[in-house]
Design a protein around this ligand. Structure first.
Ligand code: HEM
Length: 491
């Protein structure tokens, strides 16, 4: 048949399918803008600031609305009430992981923690949380790992000799080393080329995932098979990192002592050994590789970007930094290493860390969720498997809870007497059943790394603080700060 006729037939089928899918769902899903055939509502989103597009749409359609990103509907939840009602009050029903084609490309069977669903997800998540919590196992606690890494970080920052430096990779090494020491009992020198290469791949991955092209690929996965583009680079990065981690797993298999687990991989291998006659067991090599990859990738760039963005905000606001340093002098002094017990005596520092996370809004639209079965939500009927997008920006930048949300004011987390004040609107780690697995580790790292840096150094900006622009340069999947330089002057 003539290729033009074939193309015409294919396009007509797609158009028909798209119209049929959209009309067959009308009347059950929440309202939303009328989708165009095939491309749906994709043009309604400004990929440089998706949160702003969602805010504008919520003004027209309310806090619960439907968008067609391609052929499939996505239900968007906007504002604290809707997000809380779904993720917390109906937590079980909203605990599914939604479609994420760009990541599924290198994990199409959805192994590990981030992409998995159902029994697999429950078992992988429970095991990971338990192993992260119990880690140390009579030897060193997670806090010891973080404190040791904080000392290495200080040594590395001293080597800059108070000259201007871009802190991206130094601040990436510290959280990555903490994860490496938990997963495979190994930390790297900050100049190790293999290590820096892995960090570069992760750093690149976050920017690629926020690009316009990747958003288009997520909406139209078929494009990835026919067109070249950054999605191939992303898959290559992930495949390389997974093969590196697989090597580590092989080394562990060869030297495993089941009575003496050294790290996360050993604990998983022991479970595999115990379950070896259970054909339904989720403790398989595929799940191990992907769970380790999930912890490694989700646990590095997130914490590292928060530290980097945090220091940028601190050089922009020297009055805040001075108050933290006064608190450090009073509570810890100059010589003892900061520990987690100090946090309860340091409300100002605690408030600043929360403020940094609230202000930077690292993952503006969260990871996609899905409903685990057909559900009724606010009088709408949402079919099983529908992707749910929760706007974390709409919660973290709520104007009533945090007056002037765009202002960097630690006062949002302090009461009149200067005590730390919690807020239910603090959802930087999301909320409910899928809440970040690494939340407590990340909070520990942010507190100990930032406190240790400010105990040992004065931060000096290379430009007038007034001229520092803290607007993110990328604000898609993640919010990435502009590149900058600063000096770490020893105190
Ligand atoms: C500042 C640092 C961090 C932030 C802001 C952050 C934020 C998030 C967010 C928003 C999610 C999505 C939750 C959802 O689907 O509702 C998530 C999931 C996840 N995070 Fe983090 N994260 C951070 C650090 C870490 C660390 C250090 C680890 C590793 C130890 C980690 C491991 C994970 C994993 C495995 C998931 C998937 C959970 C699941 O699907 O059940 N994260 N994180």
């Amino acid at each position: 048949m003539d290729p033009v006729v074939v193309l015409g037939l294919c396009l007509s089928c797609l158009l028909f399918l798209s119209l049929w899918k959209q009309s067959s769902r009308k009347g059950k899903l929440p309202p939303g803008p009328t989708p165009l055939p095939i491309i749906g509502n994709i043009l309604r989103l400004d990929v440089k600031d998706i949160s702003k597009s969602l805010l504008n749409l919520s003004k027209v359609y309310g806090p619960v609305f439907t968008l067609y990103l391609g052929l499939e509907p996505t239900v968007v939840l906007h504002g604290y009430e809707a997000v809380k009602e779904a993720l917390i009050d109906q937590g079980e029903e909203f605990s599914g992981r939604g479609s994420f084609p760009i990541i599924e490309r290198t994990n199409n069977k959805r192994h590990g923690i981030v992409l998995s669903n159902g029994k697999r997800w429950k078992e992988m998540r429970r095991f990971s949380l338990m192993t992260l919590r119990n880690f140390g196992m009579g030897k060193r606690s997670i806090e010891d790992h973080v404190q040791q890494e904080a000392s290495c970080l200080v040594e590395e920052l001293r080597k800059t000799g108070a000259s201007p430096c871009n802190p991206t990779f130094i601040l990436g090494c510290a959280p990555c080393n903490v994860i490496c020491s938990i997963i495979f009992q190994n930390r790297f020198d900050y100049t190790d080329q293999n290590f820096l290469n892995l960090l570069k791949l992760l750093n690149e991955a976050v920017s690629i995932m926020s690009s316009l092209w990747v958003q288009i690929c997520n909406a139209f996965p078929a494009l990835m098979e026919y067109f070249p583009g950054s999605h191939n680079k992303l898959s290559k990065n992930f495949t390389y990192t997974k093969s590196y981690l697989s090597e580590k797993i092989k080394e562990h298999q060869e030297s495993l002592d089941i009575n003496n687990p050294r790290d996360f991989i050993d604990c998983f291998l022991i479970k595999m050994e115990q379950d070896k006659h259970n054909l339904q067991s989720e403790f398989t090599t595929e799940n191990l590789i992907n769970a380790v990859f999930d912890l490694f990738s989700a646990g590095t760039e997130t914490t590292s970007t928060t530290l980097r963005y945090g220091l940028l905000l601190l050089i922009k606001h020297p009055e805040v930094t001075a108050k933290i340093q006064e608190e450090i002098d009073r509570v810890i002094g100059r010589h003892r290493s900061p520990c987690m017990q100090d946090r309860s005596h340091m409300p100002y520092m605690d408030a600043v860390v929360h403020k940094i996370q609230r202000y930077i809004d690292l993952i503006p639209t969260n990871l996609p969720h899905a409903v685990t079965h057909d559900i009724k939500f606010r009088n709408y009927l949402i079919p099983k498997g529908t992707t749910i997008l929760t706007s974390l920006t709409s919660v973290l930048h709520d104007e009533k809870e945090f007056p002037n949300p765009k202002v960097f004011d630690p006062g949002h987390f302090l009461d009149e007497s200067g005590n730390f004040k919690k807020s239910d609107y603090f959802m930087a780690f999301s909320a409910g059943k899928r809440i970040c697995v690494g939340e407590s580790l990340a909070r520990m790292e942010l507190f100990l790394f930032l406190t240790t840096i400010l105990q040992k150094f004065t931060l000096k900006s290379v430009v007038d603080p007034k001229d520092i622009d803290t607007t993110p340069v990328v604000n898609g999947f993640a919010s990435v700060p502009p590149s900058y330089q600063l000096c770490f002057v020893p105190v």
